[in-house]
Design a protein around this ligand. Structure first.
Ligand SMILES: [Zn+2]
Ligand SMILES: [Zn+2]
Length: 439
């Protein structure tokens, strides 16, 4: 396998009506017109109108491409990050590379940044990880992110069937490869957080990217779809709990510890597992290590290995109504029907006075049961009752953070601190995968 370094289209703003872009250095419109300074773009009837600081119209088209001169960069004053998650916020962000404005319909357009894969990765690693993280951890993360990205670009080329099964009483939905049409990835948590050079690319991240340039995880002659997430909860999950029913050999359940345990296989196992706090790489209270991995705003979430969320019955009825669009009436029970190897539920039955629905897979369950998202779908539910025997409270006792498939970031960071190399970390979470340099 050999490949050329690809370019990636990253949507910085999606479905926007207006955008302000501050150009630093020269940007070239078709016909070699050089632009710099403040410009605004606005859409009407499918045409993006493009104006300079004096309000002069520079162009009006359904697609506008601006090629960056060497070292030119641009700033977007208000980029929303963490959309729909508890850490949502606005940030001013600066980026290198070309700009593409692409109309998405009569009233909205996307603002897209076209960047080389390795530059994109340097930013992603810097955005998602603290600059102080261990170098071997950063290298492992770089290889996993690079592999996932290439596998995703590859998958997107193949037309896919709709990844959803819905009927009246069963809603099983998931989204594997993103559904973005006019670009490859968005800049938010939905794909991978990409914050340009707002956070100066850290020397550590830069070094990790350079030292692993063109290096991928491969299995059976293909680049691995190397998934990762924050914390497994002690045991990693299998692919089909979150996405389609396939089982890539390198995404098997592994224990996030030196000694392997049996994957969870029954409801009883899951109950015991989530009630306990078994030792694991990611079962760490070491604030110094956590500070080194998680960017500041993620540290608001401190209890991720085992966690607890409590709602009154009325609160949960409201949340469910809002998030699922279904009025269950008075809630009667929430029953796990199927779990994966880490205890994550992928089929959950919700029983109300008016309606019973089975929901899956893991992300949809997390979305339904929280005003934002539950940390994971690995949970057991306990209830408290009123004097009249109706339910007063639902309590979720959970474990882990994220889908649990592939590399456990907190576990990997702890492994690096214990002296493991990037190759050892990757071999642990992606059993059987090999490292290959493609460019
Ligand atoms: Zn996305
Ligand atoms: Zn873990």
């Amino acid at each position: 396998m050999k490949a050329r370094e690809p370019k990636i289209k990253v949507a910085l703003l999606q479905d926007t009506q207006k955008a302000q872009i501050n150009l630093h250095g020269d940007y070239f419109l078709a016909g070699d017109t050089a632009l710099t300074g403040k410009i605004t773009a606005e859409i009407s009837e499918g045409h993006i109108r493009f104006k300079d600081e004096q309000g002069r119209t520079l162009g009006k088209k359904n697609e506008i491409f601006l090629a960056a001169a060497n070292q030119a960069s641009f700033t977007i004053p208000q980029v929303k990050i963490g959309i729909g998650f508890h850490w949502q916020q606005n940030q001013e962000q600066t980026f290198y590379g070309d700009i593409l404005l692409s109309s998405a319909g009569p009233k909205t357009f996307h603002l897209i940044n076209i960047v080389l894969l390795e530059d994109y990765l340097a930013s992603v690693i810097s955005s998602e990880m603290s600059a102080r993280a261990h170098p071997e951890f950063l290298k492992a993360q770089a290889v996993a992110a690079r592999s996932w990205l290439m596998a995703m670009l590859e998958k997107k080329r193949i037309p896919r069937k709709t990844r959803q099964a819905k009927n009246k009483n069963e809603i099983i939905v998931w989204q594997d490869v993103n559904d973005h049409k006019l670009f490859d990835v968005c800049a938010d948590d939905h794909c991978q957080r990409y914050q340009g050079i707002t956070k100066i690319i850290s020397p550590n991240a830069k070094k990790a990217i350079e030292e692993t340039r063109g290096l991928f995880l491969a299995s059976e002659g293909k680049i691995c779809d190397a998934r990762y997430y924050k914390c497994c909860g002690g045991q990693t999950e299998i692919f089909s709990t979150a996405w389609e029913d396939i089982s890539p050999p390198y995404l098997q359940s592994v224990t996030c510890a030196d000694a392997a345990r049996e994957p969870l296989s029954s409801e009883g196992d899951a109950q015991k597992w989530l009630a306990a706090k078994p030792p694991a790489f990611c079962n760490t209270q070491d604030i110094e290590i956590l500070k080194k991995i998680l960017p500041t705003f993620d540290r608001q979430t401190a209890d991720f290995y085992r966690w607890r969320v409590c709602y009154t019955r009325e609160e949960l009825e409201e949340i469910l109504k809002k998030k699922s669009g279904i009025d269950f009436g008075q809630l009667q029970s929430i029953e796990p029907l199927a779990r994966g190897t880490s205890g994550r539920i992928y089929k959950l039955k919700i029983v109300g006075a008016k309606k019973n629905v089975i929901v899956g897979k893991e992300l949809e369950i997390r979305r339904w049961l929280s005003p934002t998202h539950l940390l994971s779908s690995a949970f057991v539910v306990s209830i408290e009752k009123n004097h009249d025997a109706t339910i007063s409270k639902f309590i979720f006792h959970g474990g882990g953070w994220g889908h649990g498939v592939g590399l456990c970031q907190i576990g990997a960071a702890v492994m690096a601190e214990k002296g493991k190399s990037a190759a050892e970390i990757l071999a642990h979470y992606f059993p059987g995968a090999i490292l290959q340099k493609l460019y």
